[in-house]
Structure formats: structure tokens, C-alpha cells
Design a protein around this ligand. Structure first.
Ligand code: AHR
Length: 498
């Protein structure tokens, strides 16, 4: 196909927000244990954190990291995870049917985040606990000193408060799989009360109320409306979660997954704005898209990796990603950028081993999955403001998402540079794309990288960790204000202009 992209310097969506490049660490499978934490590993530091993983996280360019769950948080007692390690209890985690040793907890994780240069985003357990434990955690984490729990944190070796700004009021409370799941009415009331109490302690907290676990949930829409009717005045974000996978070999639909993400965002914003308008509120609710990724959930459900045994850090949800998966991940990130006016925080779920861009082998190496690359490159290149592109490209019909453009694009522009991100969803043909950049402060191609492969199912594995890496796209040329580039079938491309 041929496609043309028009970029107008004045068509600004919003700023590039660093929190768009957030991620997520849950106490699930081997994300924490033998993932980011493995005492005795050759690269482990004095805290037991794998420095090879820290280096990859830095390269990935994550900003805010959501912690400690996920479904895990709905059975979590935060007090278990602080203080002398030898006194921490082993608990059962019902959500993933495994054992939690609590050897990594809030204070250690905050130290790990400092190594990676990321911000901590905490979730409180509103499912099986109440307002007081949430307030206690807030006091422990954020109060400077001179109270029982802030002094306990200091006695535990953390003199400075963690100063956590973003807090999730539970996780996926609409999902029947959630320990202690609730109706929208019940959750909305609890979320409002918890949020009001937390803001009484610190009015500047940024609180995230649970939206839907996916746009396919039977309660989608009604859930957001009811929850926000209760909690609108106390919260700052409503969450969205979305996972995509290839169903029945239908790669065409899969490659158009971002069409669903756009629908999801637009519908949640419409619902939130409706509630805000009814309340005559001046506040505009933003979205925290705090779980998004490709996840082969159907295959995991059919497997026996979550079973009746009580194991510590079992191998669970260790998806091995393909080139096509990476193209979709890159495209979903482009979509989040395109909505950066109202999607002001996001978390790729997750970070290490569990549906993750980074994999590790116990005692062995850490490596980049295919999906690592579009995330890392976008985090590195996107800066300044996001431009709303006009994309003129042929469309194709998908079974799951209706009509979709064969080429998708977004661009960012800064004082003296710009970046253009493109995908070609065509399964067989190269896309020849022109991008009008005359209005941008750029005159040359600085870097052009494409992720593609003759085999869209090619993967990176322990045996062949660099099978799929981005390659220079030498077809990218900027002349007379027009950027031309060829995009191979099923590919993701980033072009830095200066
Ligand atoms: O990220 C994996 C799981 O997906 C999370 O624990 C849960 O919130 C979601 O269902």
C-alpha cells in the first residue's frame, strides 16, 4: 500500500508525558523472585537485586512502576513486607495460588526503583481490607517522621519518606476472578471513602479508581458511570486495563488491536465527562491505563501452570513474544501517545518474566524480548508534544475490530527535533509512506529503526536472545520537507528527525 501522513505543528494533542512509559511489577510468578531479585546471582547487589536486570530496565526507559499488584494486592497485608526479613511471614496468595515469602517488600522495592530511576506507584488493598490499613500504609510510606508508622519505617532503615504520589484504590474490582470483587455500587462507595480519607492525610495525592478490566467486560460503561458517580470528587484517574492476543490465527485482527484501545479510551472519557457534567464539576477525569500488553491468556487458562500446589515463584505467564506481538505493542504505545491529552499515565504489564519485555534465567542471563524494542525506542525518542497526524492510507476489514487503516502513525515534536512512529499492518506488502514534515523544525533523518522479520512469529529466546532486533531502515529519506520511507509487512518503525 501507499500512505501519506500530514503533520501540522499546530495540531497538538498534548505533551509527551513521561508517565506514559510506566510499567508494572506484581508479586506474581517469577517477576520479583528470580526476576529482579535473586540473591546469589553473579550480578546481584547487596540487596539481592540483579544488576543485569536493572541495566535492562534503564535501557527500556520505564518511568512510573505500579506495585505490588495486580490481583495479588487483593490478598496483601503490607505490614508483612516490611521490617526484619527473618521475621516476615510466608503467606498464601490466592490469586495466583502460590506462596509469598515477603522477602521483597515496600522498602526494598523502593530502593530497587531508585537504581532504575523510576517512580513508585502503589496499590492499596480495598478488596479484603479497609480504610485504616490504607491510611497506615500511607503513613508508613509518606509521613516524614514523628508518628508511630513513620518512625517504624525509619527504624526499618528508610529515613526518607517514599513520597508516593500515585495510588491505586484496589485492582480490577469488576472482575469475578478478583479476591473480594464487588458490584460497581459497593466498590464506588468504598473507593470514595478510602480516597476521601487518604486525601485528608495528603490532599495532593493522585488517586486512581478502578475502571473496567477490559472493554469486553459485561459491565463496561455502567461500571465506570456508577463508580464515578460515587467517587468523582475524590479521585483523579479512572483506570483502564487491556490485553490483546492472536485469536484463531487471525493476525489481521490482532494487528488492529489499537482500534479497540482507542474505542476503550474514547468510551471511558465520554462516560467520565458525562458524570462530571452531571455533577457540574470543573474537574476533568484522566485515564491511568495501568495495565496494557499482549497476553496469550487463552493459552495460559488452558495450561496447568496455575494449579493446586502451593509453590514459591513458579513459572507463570511467561509469554515469549513474536515480531507481530512487538508491532502491536509499539502500536498500542503510539495510541497511548495519541491520547496523551487525557491518558496521562500508563503501565506496560508487566516488567520482568511475567508477560514481560525482560526475561531472566535463574543463575543465568537476562535478555530482551521482541516487545522490549518498540517500548525502549519510543521512550527514548518521544519528547516535547504529540501531534495529531492525518493518515491517508487504504483500510482493511478485520473480524474483531471492523475497518482498520493499513498504516498507522503518530509524531512528537520538540524545539529542534521530531520523531515519527509508524506501523504497517499489511501481512504481505511493503508500505510506501510519505510524511509531510514541512511545518516541523527538522531537516534531516537522524536515525531510522524498523522492527520486522520475514517470519512474523520469530522470537527471542534464551538460546537465541537477539534473534529479533531493530535494524536501520536505509529507505528513510528527508527531502524538500517530505520524509519517505518503506515499511516492510508487519513492521514497526521509528524515525528521529533533527
Ligand atoms: O497482569 C496480570 C494480571 O492481569 C493482573 O494481576 C491483573 O490485574 C490482570 O487481570
Amino acid at each position: 500500500p501507499r500512505a501519506h501522513v500530514e503533520l501540522d505543528r499546530r495540531a497538538v494533542v498534548g505533551p509527551v508525558r513521561r508517565r506514559t512509559f510506566g510499567s508494572f511489577v506484581e508479586h506474581l510468578g517469577r517477576c520479583v523472585y528470580t526476576g529482579l531479585y535473586e540473591p546469589g546471582h553473579p550480578t546481584a547487589n547487596e540487596d539481592g537485586f540483579r544488576m543485569d536486570v536493572v541495566e535492562l530496565v534503564r535501557e527500556l526507559g520505564t518511568t512510573t512502576v505500579r506495585y505490588p499488584g495486580g490481583n495479588f494486592v487483593s490478598g496483601f497485608r503490607w505490614e508483612d513486607s516490611v521490617g526484619p526479613r527473618e521475621q516476615r511471614p510466608v503467606r498464601r496468595d490466592l490469586s495466583w495460588h502460590s506462596l509469598e515469602s515477603n522477602q521483597v517488600g515496600l522498602d526494598e522495592f523502593a530502593r530497587w526503583l531508585k537504581l532504575t530511576g523510576s517512580e513508585l506507584m502503589l496499590a492499596v488493598n480495598v478488596a479484603t481490607r479497609g480504610i485504616l490499613p490504607a491510611l497506615d500504609l500511607l503513613e508508613y510510606a509518606n509521613h516524614p517522621s514523628g508518628t508511630a508508622l513513620s518512625d517504624l519505617r525509619i527504624a526499618n532503615g528508610t529515613p526518607e519518606p517514599h513520597d508516593v504520589r500515585m495510588w491505586c484504590l484496589g485492582n480490577e474490582m469488576d472482575g469475578p476472578w478478583q479476591t473480594g470483587f464487588m458490584t460497581a455500587d459497593d466498590y464506588g462507595k468504598i473507593a470514595a471513602r478510602t480516597a476521601a480519607a487518604m486525601k485528608a492525610a495528603d490532599k495532593d495525592l493522585e488517586l486512581v479508581v478502578c475502571g473496567s478490566s477490559g472493554s469486553g467486560m459485561p459491565t463496561f460503561g455502567d461500571w465506570e458511570r456508577t463508580v464515578l458517580e460515587h467517587s468523582y470528587d475524590y479521585v483523579d484517574y479512572v483506570s483502564c486495563h487491556a490485553y490483546y492476543q492472536v485469536h484463531d490465527g487471525d493476525l489481521g485482527s490482532f494487528l488492529a488491536s489499537s482500534v479497540d484501545m482507542e474505542f476503550f479510551i474514547d468510551t471511558v472519557l465520554a462516560t467520565a465527562d458525562h458524570v462530571g457534567h452531571k455533577r457540574q464539576s470543573k474537574k476533568r477525569m484522566n485515564i491511568s491505563f495501568d495495565e496494557w500488553n499482549v497476553w496469550y491468556l487463552e493459552e495460559h487458562k488452558a495450561s496447568d501452570e496455575v494449579n493446586d500446589e502451593w509453590r514459591h515463584a513458579p513459572r507463570q505467564l511467561e509469554d515469549v513474544y513474536t515480531v507481530a506481538d512487538a508491532v502491536v505493542v509499539g502500536n498500542l504505545l503510539m495510541t497511548l501517545l495519541k491520547r496523551s491529552d487525557r491518558v496521562t499515565s500508563a503501565s506496560l504489564a508487566q516488567l520482568v518474566n511475567v508477560i514481560a519485555p525482560i526475561m531472566t534465567e535463574p543463575g543465568g542471563p537476562a535478555w530482551r524480548q521482541t516487545t522490549f524494542h518498540p517500548f525502549s525506542i519510543t521512550s527514548r525518542l518521544a519528547s516535547g508534544e504529540v501531534l495529531r497526524p492525518v493518515v491517508d492510507a487504504p483500510t482493511y476489514l478485520t473480524a474483531r475490530h471492523g475497518e482498520a487503516s493499513l498504516v498507522d502513525a503518530v509524531a512528537t515534536v520538540d524545539d529542534d527535533r521530531a520523531a515519527v512512529f509508524l506501523v504497517n499492518r499489511d501481512l504481505a506488502e511493503t508500505a510506501r509512506v510519505t510524511v509531510d514534515v514541512r511545518g516541523l523544525p527538522v531537516s534531516r533523518v537522524v536515525e531510522a529503526l524498523t522492527l520486522a522479520d520475514a517470519d512474523p512469529y520469530a522470537k527471542n529466546t534464551l538460546a537465541d536472545p537477539d534473534r529479533v532486533t531493530p535494524a536501520a531502515n536505509t529507505s528513510a529519506v528527508l527531502a524538500d520537507g517530505v520524509l519517505s520511507v518503506e515499511l516492510p509487512p508487519v513492521s514497526w518503525t521509528a524515525i528521529a528527525l533533527g
